[in-house]
Design a protein around this ligand. Structure first.
Ligand SMILES: *Cc1c(COP(=O)(O)O)cnc(C)c1O
Length: 498
């Protein structure tokens, strides 16, 4: 594929609505492809719209804007009833060619940026018809939360309809934007028989990022929304998961309890940080980890506390969701750039990352090969754990009533789940010459830290996989799942090992 010329993102911007935009607006609103869920008196007329425009132009309690994409107006967006630090948001995408390309999302984020940073608002809300699923997906991807159902609250073409209330707060938006959801960039990495791109989830801003940070953001969204006053999780002294969880807990002044297996407790960069964050670490033989977690939870509850438990590695549906979202980011990138990835490779451990990517693919209904390179587990168990996570995720009630859900069969699930255990070497955390050379080369040539347990092992595995199968001329995405503190552990082992 010769498409790497088009890597420059097509810019989306918003600007104040002007008189010259009236013909566009009238055309968009009257277009049946756009107005199914709009509550306007149709057809909209230019003359009336001009009166509306002149009457509203100088009002401080609303902000009407035009969305521009590649320099052309493609829709309208704005804020209504601006009052008491709050406002109601609206959007209508007008031009067909700008739909389904991430333009609405980018424009919405720009508007929220203006609302919260520019105007200093505290809360933005919206109402959307219960049946308008596409719009709900957009709002959720922008960080809005569904907080209520307003029954029979509007009339659309003579029909009384129910609407959901969605909202987003300034704190949620700014925190999301700044620390917890700045999208991880996709960058061109190297050319060869195949073109290789890298998605730098290691650059997610919080606590050295990585897939554990991406998962933790969603766990803490639940913690923030509830009345929890402690966090309990488990993992070894080298666990990226325990580092991120104890960091996010400390940032919120929540006590964090970590149960850790004695067999893997030698100090690492991660365990030193867990101590710095004030986590209380209980070290027990591995066969006692399960019972010790139970005891800790009971002990806290007896003391009148309300602990939130997170499975090791962020395993479970919330962790899976984090990588469904990541898959969506990859698809957004593809739509914006015209680049299409034939393969996605990454380090697969407990399989949550992989389960999320595969579920993302099944829900999107596209085709490509998603290859998890096992860093330790052998088949059939390794792959079975991924399949179990996929089944658990798709069994959630929210998919049962989602009418727009694309069909997927057991066969598709089986075909989409590729867990390759050929490159595990001597097992978890064990490296070899190939992996050490990958670490050196990545840092030297690209300035990218990789570690021997996860990312360098997976990258070296990916290269062998492609070579052994004679795969050429493909566009490949490697997902960097983080683990930068482990890179420093590798580094401190010294050069002689190389
Ligand atoms: C935990 C981890 C993985 C494996 O993720 P799973 O979702 O458990 O498969 C990969 N890379 C890094 C850096 C990790 O910390």
């Amino acid at each position: 594929m010769q498409m790497n010329q088009k890597t420059i993102k097509t810019a989306v911007s918003i600007r104040k609505f002007e008189e010259r935009d009236i013909p566009d607006k009238v055309r968009w609103i009257n277009d049946e492809a756009n107005n199914q869920y709009l509550h306007y008196e149709l057809p909209l007329e230019e003359e009336k719209t001009l009166v509306w425009f002149r009457g509203n132009q100088s009002r401080e309690d609303r902000y009407d804007a035009v969305i521009e994409w590649a320099g052309e107006p493609v829709g309208v967006i704005g804020l209504l009833s601006i009052e008491d630090g709050q406002a109601e948001y609206y959007i209508t995408m007008g031009e067909e060619r700008a739909k389904g390309r991430g333009v609405a999302k980018q424009a919405s984020l720009l508007l929220l940026e203006y609302a919260f940073r520019g105007r200093g608002l505290r809360r933005v809300y919206l109402y959307t018809e219960v049946e308008n699923l596409a719009a709900q997906r957009l709002f959720e991807r922008c960080g809005f939360r569904r907080v209520g159902l307003a029954k029979k609250s509007a009339v659309n073409r003579g029909r009384v309809v129910d609407r959901y209330l969605y909202e987003i707060s300034r704190a949620d938006f700014l925190k999301r934007q700044d620390m917890e959801t700045a999208p991880a960039p996709i960058l061109f990495l190297e050319d060869g028989p195949n073109q290789i791109y890298i998605k730098r989830d290691d650059l997610i801003p919080f606590s050295f990022g990585g897939n554990k940070a991406r998962k933790a953001v969603l766990f803490f969204r639940e913690i923030d929304a509830g009345d929890y006053d402690a966090v309990v999780t488990y993992g070894s002294s080298s666990s990226n998961h325990c580092r991120v969880i104890s960091n996010m807990a400390a940032a919120r002044k929540l006590p964090c309890y970590i149960i850790s297996p004695e067999e893997a407790s030698k100090p690492t960069a991660n365990s030193r940080m867990m101590e710095l964050f004030g986590a209380e670490i209980t070290v027990v033989p591995v066969e006692q980890v399960h019972d010790t977690i139970e005891q800790k939870l009971q002990e806290l509850r007896k003391a009148g506390r309300n602990p939130y438990f997170i499975a090791g590695g962020g395993h479970g549906n919330i962790g899976t969701q984090a990588y469904v979202n990541c898959y969506q980011e990859i698809r957004d990138y593809e739509r914006e750039t015209g680049i299409y990835f034939d393969y996605i490779f990454f380090a697969s451990g407990t399989g949550t990352t992989q389960a999320g990517l595969v579920c993302g693919q099944l829900l999107a209904g596209d085709e490509r090969r998603i290859v998890g390179i096992s860093i330790a587990r052998k088949n059939p168990r390794g792959r079975q754990v991924v399949l179990d996570s996929i089944a658990e995720y798709l069994a959630q009630p929210k998919f049962a009533d989602e009418k727009a859900q694309p069909p997927y069969t057991e066969e598709q699930i089986q075909a989409a789940t590729i867990f390759d255990d050929s490159y595990t070497g001597e097992g978890y955390g064990q490296d070899n010459k190939d992996i050490r050379q990958t670490i050196d080369r990545m840092l030297l040539c690209h300035g990218i830290p990789m570690d021997s347990t996860y990312t360098a092992k997976a990258y070296a595995g990916m290269q062998s996989y492609l070579r052994e199968r004679g795969i050429e001329g493909k566009t490949v995405l490697f997902l960097h799942t983080g683990g930068t503190p482990l890179f420093f552990d590798d580094l401190s082992k010294g050069m002689d090992a190389r």
